[in-house]
Ligand binder design. Structure first.
Ligand SMILES: C[S@@+](CC[C@H](N)C(=O)[O-])C[C@H]1O[C@@H](n2cnc3c(N)ncnc32)[C@H](O)[C@@H]1O
Ligand SMILES: [Mg+2]
Length: 354
């Protein structure tokens, strides 16, 4: 099977970049900041805060959200240290931040926009987080923001017309039991590998902070606003096929390496990994609600998040045409978007078992 194209964000800092279109993902970090600080205060052992403290962000993209994520963590660690030791962290602790993403991520934009006045040293860690990317016991807190819903590849059978798990749609509407099982099995296997790798890399007692979206138990992706948006992308691709701009076969064989798990599925996968205790599983009410229901804003943010992935399969020109259609599609879908079932935004705090 051919390797799945990588799901990377549109780089740079231009109007269509992820950098300029990721306030939705940032809003969760802001909404969950206090809960996260409490968790660090309660769950991180003071013994771990000494000399050098390392924070790693997995799937960091090109900024600026990653800077918010790591700064919030550093603030919470410093605060805990100050309160519990009465000492000034600036005199005793040096912070190191490890920024991980695919090698093809726009690390140049990331490093060029590092915040002035930061109190940490930075390093890039290229490579897929579905593998080991750091030495054993090399960091104290890891974070993943909106990058805990990927699979390493399109599950087996999904793009094969003769398979019971063939999914003609790009993702959601045709999500029958067989398709769901194929995705869940793939996601479960990949996520266990991801967590196992992080458990190797974390110091004993270290924390993983997971921020992202999942489904409430029993809710289908196609019933949520994210699912409706994904389906609008798929429907736009189908329109282009009908107009003869792209081959229908090319559309039918297109699928996404994404799986938004149900809350209970996530818990089960983490528990089955066996390397972490779940210290918190918080339902975070997001400042931006589910999504900004403005078709123009949605279309631009779709472009920043899906553009690079789509253009790898269909080519740059098609990708531009698709996004011209999406805004109109989303306008038609507005009534469904307004009535969509709520998704769930979470903060999950995991502690590595000793
Ligand atoms: C939606 S973006 C989130 C970026 C950032 N964490 C934020 O909060 O804005 C998802 C990121 O995960 C990265 N990603 C996806 N799969 C990955 C993998 N297997 N290894 C490393 N990074 C990955 C993508 O390249 C992308 O930068
Ligand atoms: Mg398909």
């Amino acid at each position: 099977m051919a390797t799945t194209p990588k799901w990377i964000m549109v780089g740079g800092e231009g109007p269509e970049s992820y950098n300029q279109n990721s306030s939705y993902q940032r809003a969760l970090l802001e909404a969950a900041k206090e809960k996260m600080s409490e968790a660090i205060k309660a769950k991180l052992s003071l013994d771990l805060i000494s000399d050098r403290f390392s924070v790693a962000d997995f799937g960091c993209a090109s900024g600026p959200n990653t800077f918010v994520a790591v700064q919030n963590i550093i603030d919470a660690v410093e605060d805990k240290y100050r309160k519990e030791t009465g000492q000034n962290p600036a005199e005793n602790i040096e912070f190191q931040v490890l920024f991980n993403d695919f090698t093809t991520n726009d690390f140049n934009t990331l490093f060029q926009s590092l915040p002035a006045g930061r109190r940490y040293y930075s390093a890039g860690v290229p490579g897929s987080f579905f593998e080991r990317v750091l030495p054993k016991e090399s960091f104290h807190i890891g974070v993943i923001n909106y990058a805990f819903h990927f699979t390493s590849k399109i599950p087996k059978g999904i793009t094969d017309r003769d398979s019971p798990s063939w999914n003609r749609d790009m993702h959601c509407t045709g999500f029958n039991e067989a398709v769901k099982k194929a995705y869940l099995d793939q996601y479960s296997a990949d996520t266990k590998i991801l967590l196992d790798a992080r458990a190797d890399e974390l110091v004993p007692g270290g924390l993983m902070l997971l921020f992202g979206s999942c489904l409430r138990d029993g809710v289908k992706m196609s019933e949520t606003s994210k699912g409706i948006v994904l389906d609008a992308v798929g429907a736009s691709l189908n329109d282009l096929a009908q107009q003869g701009v792209i081959e229908q076969d090319k559309v039918d064989s297109f699928s996404t390496p994404l799986y938004f798990a149900e809350e209970n599925e996530l818990k089960q996968i983490i528990e089955e990994t066996g390397r972490f205790t779940i210290e918190a599983f918080e339902d975070i009410i997001h400042a931006k609600g589910e999504f900004t229901l403005d078709p123009k804003v949605l279309a631009v943010s779709c472009r920043a998040s899906f553009g690079t992935f789509l253009s790898q399969h269909f080519g740059e020109q098609v990708f531009t045409k698709v996004f011209d259609l999406i805004e109109a599609k989303l306008r038609q879908e507005l009534p469904r978007l307004l009535n969509a079932k709520p998704g769930m935004q979470y903060l999950i705090v995991l502690r590595k078992k000793n």
